[in-house]
Structure formats: structure tokens, C-alpha cells
Design a protein around this ligand. Structure first.
Ligand SMILES: NC(=O)c1ccc[n+]([C@@H]2O[C@H](COP(=O)([O-])OP(=O)(O)OC[C@H]3O[C@@H](n4cnc5c(N)ncnc54)[C@H](OP(=O)(O)O)[C@@H]3O)[C@@H](O)[C@H]2O)c1
Length: 321
């Protein structure tokens, strides 16, 4: 497994990290079993994946607990990245960003307890604030938590370039976690200037476009209501057609290289020079093992070129967003 230094830190991250959203057992269907999730985390460690992205939101702490138990006695030093600042509101438990000092502190304390750590390697703000808390309040609080030793490094997710530029004035923010894949490349147009100016690391989430880029969908799939993909427009209509064409051609390349389609799609993300690491969600050991192969693409610029040609070939079927 290849590693890269997360800029501004001493963290050497495997270029493929494991995302723990699905193992929280909410939003991703009814087929997630804790025992299999633990096996998947062990398979990740065996494959050289040394960091895990979790959040209190993932099953209201369930993903944290599964991760803690899986790492116990296996790799207590694995890097844990979490994402705080979301609260569940009302009787429906609707998730909203809440970034005032009191909530950030209590969310972090609860995370430390659940994950059984005294400090967390990377603590990211999960979403920008929906309630008008000033950036200054949020990020000076995170800086205080870092100064207190509860947070080793501060990151953010999902912020636009302007806010990113401002918030880096209030805290030692070192990374942006953002969606990035062969089907979603806004990062390149929108964020790269500020990322370069501020020297930030990039952690790419949803690199498989929730499974669309694995090539496993030969026709429009149906999902149970418990799976957020039942409400994801990308799994139907023109976007699905485009994604299927891209995945089909990635599959041909994958067969030539004797790897899986998923690892080709993920490999393209890992090979991008502005990406520090990709966060691949997975439910099973087999998925993790396939995804871990993606690191091989960093040494294969010719394969990355072929992938760009595939995208170019299908550019006309891509719906305009
Ligand atoms: N900061 C944020 O706001 C934010 C938002 C989203 C995600 N994230 C993080 O990023 C991580 C990754 O994103 P994501 O999980 O949304 O999407 P993703 O990584 O693009 O897709 C993950 C899903 O694809 C399927 N899959 C994975 N590997 C596969 C393989 N080799 N073959 C076939 N299917 C495979 C699995 O679901 P099935 O088996 O059910 O198909 C898996 O749950 C999350 O777990 C989370 O840690 C962060």
C-alpha cells in the first residue's frame, strides 16, 4: 500500500482509507452485519489501509463502536478521522449542522468516549453551519480543543472555496474532505486555487459514486427505503446511463489489468496529484480487498490516460448539472 503525508501533519495515510458510513447500519440498506463489518476492518488493516473515516452521525455512534471493537487488540494505533458538528433534530431525527462551541465540545467528548481514545488524529467539521454560527466561533473552538490536546489535527468537509479561505484564518485547518470521483469533478474548478494557496490536503469521499463506478449495475437498480440510494437521482435516468457507459469501459480496462472495475475507478482518484487519499466506503472484506488494489495506479500513468480517454469518449452522454 502506498502512503502519503497529510500536509502539515506527521500522519502517513494509506492512499486508500476506509469509510465507515455504511457500517453504522443506517442509510445503506438492511444487509449490514456487525460481524462482517469487523471482518472488513480487519481486511483493511491486512491490506495496509491504516486509517478510517467515521462520524457520530453514522448510526448515532454505532460505526464508532464497531470501529473501536474491531481495532482493539489489532491496531490500536490506526489513524481515526472523525467528523463532528451534526445534531439530530425533532421527532424525525433530522440531521442538521450545529457548530456552536457547546455542541462541538459535547460531540467531541462523546466521540472520544465511544472510540476509547484520549485524542483523535483528525477531527473534521462535518458540514458548514445551517444556523448562522460564525466561522470564527466554530474554528476558534476547534483550535482550543487542539490546544487542549483532544484533537491532533483539524479538517473540514463540504465547505466552498470562499469559506475555506476565511476559516483557515481562525484555526490550523489542514485538510478538506470533499466529494470527488470520475463522475464528480467540481473540486478541480472550484477548490484547487484555495487548496494550493493554503497548502491543504484533500480527502476524496464517495470515490465510487456510491457503487455506480464498480460496474455492478447492468440496469437501473432498486433499493429499499432504508438505503439512501433509493432517493439518489444518479441511480436513474440520464445520469445512470452515462455512469453505466463509463463503468462498462472501465471494466474492459480492468479485465486487461486483471483488477476489479472498482479499483480502476478508485485508482484514478488516488493517482490525482491534488488528492492525498481516497475514502472508499465498504461493507465486506471482499470489497475492501478490491478497493485496496487502487494504490497500484499511482505507478501507472498510462492507465490513468486511458481512463481520461474513456471519460472523453462519453462526455456527450453526461448530463449537465
Ligand atoms: N464528509 C461527508 O459529508 C461525507 C459524505 C459522504 C461520505 N463520506 C465518507 O466517505 C466514505 C465513502 O463514501 P460513500 O461510502 O458515500 O461512497 P462510496 O465509497 O463511493 O461507495 C461505497 C459503497 O459502494 C459499494 N462498494 C464499495 N466497494 C465496492 C466494491 N469493491 N465492489 C462493489 N461495491 C462496492 C458498497 O455499497 P453496496 O455494497 O451496498 O453497493 C459501499 O457501501 C463514507 O463511508 C464516509 O466515511 C463523507
Amino acid at each position: 500500500m502506498r502512503t502519503r503525508t497529510l500536509p502539515g501533519t506527521d500522519l502517513e495515510l494509506s492512499v486508500v482509507g476506509m469509510g465507515c458510513w455504511a457500517i453504522g447500519k443506517t442509510y445503506w440498506g438492511d444487509d449490514v452485519e456487525d460481524a462482517t463489518s469487523v471482518e472488513a476492518i480487519h481486511a483493511a488493516l491486512d491490506a495496509g489501509i491504516n486509517w478510517f473515516d467515521t462520524a457520530p452521525l453514522y448510526g448515532e455512534g454505532h460505526a464508532d463502536r464497531v470501529l473501536r471493537d474491531a481495532l482493539k487488540g489489532r491496531s490500536e494505533r490506526a489513524v481515526i478521522a472523525t467528523k463532528i458538528g451534526v445534531a439530530l433534530k425533532g421527532s424525525s431525527g433530522h440531521a442538521e449542522s450545529q457548530l456552536d462551541a457547546a455542541h462541538l465540545r459535547s460531540d467531541l467528548e462523546a466521540s472520544l468516549r465511544r472510540l476509547d481514545r484520549e485524542t483523535l488524529d483528525l477531527v473534521q467539521v462535518h458540514w458548514p453551519c445551517q444556523h448562522g454560527t460564525p466561522l470564527e466561533e466554530t474554528f476558534t473552538t476547534l483550535q482550543e480543543l487542539k490546544n487542549e490536546g483532544k484533537v491532533r489535527h483539524i479538517g473540514v468537509c463540504n465547505y466552498g472555496p470562499e469559506a475555506l479561505d476565511e476559516l483557515t484564518n481562525y484555526a490550523d485547518v489542514i485538510s478538506l474532505q470533499t466529494p470527488y470521483s470520475l463522475l464528480r469533478r467540481e473540486l478541480e474548478q472550484e477548490h484547487l486555487p484555495v487548496i494550493e494557496r493554503r497548502g491543504l490536503g484533500v480527502l476524496a469521499y464517495e470515490p465510487l459514486c456510491r457503487g455506480l463506478l464498480t460496474g455492478k449495475y447492468l440496469k437501473e437498480p432498486t433499493f429499499p427505503d432504508s438505503d439512501l440510494r433509493s432517493r439518489d437521482d444518479r441511480f436513474a435516468g440520464r445520469f445512470f446511463v452515462h455512469a453505466s457507459r463509463v463503468a462498462h469501459d472501465l471494466g474492459k480496462l480492468a479485465r486487461r489489468l486483471e483488477v476489479s472495475t472498482a479499483s480502476v475507478a478508485l485508482g484514478w482518484v488516488c493517482a490525482q496529484p491534488h488528492v492525498t487519499a481516497a475514502i472508499a466506503g465498504a461493507k465486506t472484506p471482499a470489497q475492501v480487498r478490491e478497493n485496496a488494489q487502487a494504490h497500484r495506479f499511482i505507478e501507472q500513468p498510462e492507465a490513468v490516460e486511458v481512463i481520461e480517454k474513456i471519460l472523453h469518449r462519453h462526455r456527450r452522454s453526461r448530463p449537465q448539472s
